[in-house]
Write a protein that binds this ligand. Structure first.
Ligand SMILES: Nc1ncnc2c1ncn2[C@@H]1O[C@H](COP(=O)(O)OP(=O)(O)OP(=O)(O)O)[C@@H](O)[C@H]1O
Length: 579
């Protein structure tokens, strides 16, 4: 699935571009790493000097001077090591902040596609995995790995045989690291997928807690979750068993190599081919050379996670290009025209609305009636610009909907969905569409139009009452009125109401009709999808949808009359059958 549109150039390597912007950080960290790694030679060189110079000359002064120098060098190394740790952490943070909004935006747009909505949203987690790698010591170990051959080569200076042993040992460790990568990356990825699936299931179950409890589904849901969880756990244990076995093997091998080095060194000392200092220094150098490899193997799961995260984030960004910038259009007139409109829901194969045509003039209200599943919501989603037409077009004030910036279009159109969703925030923030700078007067005006003002004042803290999203303390009807106020906020030119009075009482319906009348007087237009007659009392025009097609359209009373005549025909037919 892809959200690419015809006009957007392919956004290849977007991730790489963001990474390149932080290259200064990486270059600086790498430079510091050069010094840190050079300073790592302090220990072996000190050892060499102590054994070969101090012990031979028995000079306390030389020992003191060397010790002071070593203390200073280690202090410098600590500072540089700390600094490079801070630099890569900041590189990670910068990488994340540069992409956070972009990825969140993409995740939201992808959620408009039902099949993507059911898949766990991993892009933000992927970003987090990459940042975690940067904030951990593993990235520094990876930066140290290029020094491994340098240290190994330095061992040659002590004695070629020691050098060859070190090279053979190093090659063996690298081979183990590669084998680790080859054998575990599938397992780590599988464990991640299984765990994401189990988490998504538990989140769905949590959201449906009331249904689960009231419908006696607790045990079955719990068992289903447990089986997914057990699967995820066993995958994760299998992955960690593999990486664990490689970690132990690498660790023991490195220690063994150091002992083998000491043994070979001792043999060479016995043969007078090398000094004892070189023997010890060589052993320490080997340890230093192999430490980053050992660290990388030990933390392989983290590296692998970040690697797969990088690949999947790349795919995500590639298939979800940034929104095109559009020329800002003026506030449109409430004139809506749809011609030859065919809509295929995202991910579906067949259209659920075919060849529909309608026109709505400013100051008029249109009712869309039809049975369940006839295509009313499909029409609403197309008119909102959420589902693009597969054929035909929709124009608001002469411009097709995709010519408007989606946020601007959202400001011009008020929408009351069939299933109301409120956000975690105050009533006022919810009505103001979670705006960062809500207009208090407009909030109250919208609430009054939706007949929600009194009910809001009756809440514990009035407009400042905090709502826990959909779990809030409000009744269905109260939520619907607040959502109607949200739809009316900011004086939209077009109001689309999908089953607006499904949870409204008589007062609510009256207020709704008043609001529609006010909009009409102000030259705005309204579309009401419904199968309840009370909701169309303010409608001037009516269209009837049947099996995805507009089968009747015209003035409200004219359409109603044809329907009533039909009903009479059907009634007469039924009476005959009954005789
Ligand atoms: N996302 C989707 N993917 C595939 N088919 C869909 C999707 N959404 C709706 N449909 C199908 O489109 C048809 C019309 O559905 P729609 O929701 O538009 O009907 P409706 O008239 O609004 O029904 P109701 O009054 O029950 O809300 C139905 O057959 C439905 O199964």
């Amino acid at each position: 699935m892809s959200l690419k549109n015809r006009n957007t150039p392919p956004q290849r390597h977007e991730l790489r571009k963001v990474q390149n912007q932080g290259n200064n950080f990486l270059a600086l960290a790498f430079l510091f790493s050069v010094f840190v790694n050079l300073l790592m030679l302090t220990g072996p060189l000190f050892m060499l000097q102590v054994y070969d110079r101090v012990l031979g000359s028995r000079s306390v002064e030389t020992l003191s001077a060397l010790f002071l120098l070593v203390a200073l060098l280690y202090a410098l190394m600590a500072m540089l090591d700390y600094a490079r740790g801070r630099i890569v952490a900041r590189f990670g943070a910068r990488f994340q902040t540069s992409l956070d909004e972009r990825v969140f935006d993409g995740t939201m747009r992808r959620a408009l596609f039902p099949q993507a909505r059911s898949a766990p949203a991993t892009a933000l987690r992927d970003l987090e995995s990459i940042r975690s790698l940067c904030a951990s010591p593993v990235l520094l170990a990876v930066m140290d790995i290029p020094w491994t051959p340098v240290f190994l080569a330095a061992i040659f200076l002590f004695h070629p045989l020691l050098g060859w042993l070190a090279i053979a040992g190093g090659a063996l460790l690298v081979a183990i690291a590669l084998l680790n990568q080859a054998l575990t990356h599938r397992k780590v990825a599988d464990a991640q997928v299984a765990s994401a699936k189990a988490n998504a299931f538990s989140e769905h179950a949590r959201q449906a807690a009331e249904v689960v409890r009231s419908q006696g589904m607790q045990e079955d849901v719990s068992k289903r979750w447990m089986s997914q969880r057990t699967e995820a756990l066993s995958q994760s244990i299998s992955a960690s068993d593999w990486t664990g076995s490689f970690t132990s093997l690498t660790k023991s091998l490195r220690l063994f190599l150091q002992s083998a080095m000491l043994a070979l060194g001792a043999l060479l000392v016995l043969r007078n081919e090398m000094t004892p200092g070189a023997m010890i220094a060589g052993t320490i150098l080997l340890g230093r050379a192999l430490a980053p490899v050992e660290m990388a193997v030990g933390q392989w799961a983290m590296i692998e996670r970040a690697r797969t995260a990088w690949i999947s984030l790349n795919k995500f960004l590639d298939s979800t290009p940034p929104e095109e910038t559009r020329t800002k259009l003026p506030v449109p007139k409430a004139h809506l025209v749809a011609k030859g409109l065919t809509v295929i829901p995202p991910g579906a194969k067949t259209p659920t609305l075919r060849n529909a045509a309608l026109e709505l003039q400013p100051g008029r209200a249109l009712g869309v009636i039809g049975k369940s599943g006839s295509g009313k919501t499909t029409l609403a989603k197309a008119l909102l610009g959420l589902w693009s037409p597969a054929a035909g077009e929709i124009r608001l004030a002469g411009a097709t909907l995709d010519q408007y910036d989606p946020d601007d279009l959202g400001q011009h159109i008020g929408y009351l969905p069939q299933q109301v969703t409120l956000f975690n925030g105050t009533v006022a923030e919810n009505i103001a569409r979670m705006s960062q700078s809500p207009d208090a007067e407009a909030v109250v005006a919208a609430a009054k139009s939706a007949n929600a003002h009194e009910l809001i004042l009756g809440l514990e803290k009035g407009y400042d009452t905090f709502l826990e999203g959909n779990d809030s303390q409000l009744s269905g009807g109260q939520k619907q009125r607040i959502a109607l106020a949200r739809a009316l906020y900011g004086n939209p030119v077009l109001l689309i109401l999908d089953e607006p009075n499904s949870a409204l009482d008589a007062d609510g319906t009256l207020a709704l009709n008043n609001a529609v009348r006010e909009l009409k007087t102000a030259g705005k237009s309204t579309i009401i999808m419904t199968h309840r007659p009370q909701a169309i009392s303010e409608c001037d025009d009516l269209v009837v949808v049947e099996k995805g097609q507009i089968v009747k359209s015209g003035g409200r009373d004219e359409v109603l009359n044809t329907m009533v005549q039909n009903a009479n025909v059907i009634k007469r037919h039924l009476n005959k059958v009954g005789e």
